[in-house]
Design a protein. Structure first.
Length: 114
């Protein structure tokens, strides 16, 4: 059984930064691809960033150069460093573990004011 718990969301002004964390339980973290998704009101959930077990990363075009995904396998934690935040980054951010079965956290709200 895998559980994912996100933290680090909040309210920030445009141009500011936030760092999201996702703590995973279970033994498959280090061998799994981890991802951050987000869902804004009235919109579909979208991929923000992904990191493989080997550390390869991919980003949505909208966040390239501003967001950085990283992982600490010793702590079963994946991070999303978000810089130069924009109002359009406002959404609920979800951590995901990609495996034979996908797992999701409960989400953390990020609100960027203009």
């Amino acid at each position: 059984q895998v559980q994912l718990v996100e933290s680090g969301g909040g309210l920030v002004q445009a141009g500011g930064s936030l760092r999201l964390s996702c703590l995973a339980s279970g033994s498959i973290f280090s061998s799994s691809t981890m991802a951050w998704y987000r869902q804004a009101p009235g919109k579909q959930r979208e991929l923000v960033a992904r990191i493989t077990s080997g550390g390869s990363t991919t980003y949505a075009d909208s966040v390239k150069g501003r967001f950085t995904i990283s992982r600490d396998n010793a702590k079963n934690t994946v991070f999303l460093q978000m810089n130069s935040l924009k109002p359009e980054d406002t959404a609920v951010y979800y951590c995901g573990l990609v495996s034979i079965k996908n797992y999701w956290g409960q989400g953390t709200q990020v609100t960027v004011s203009s």
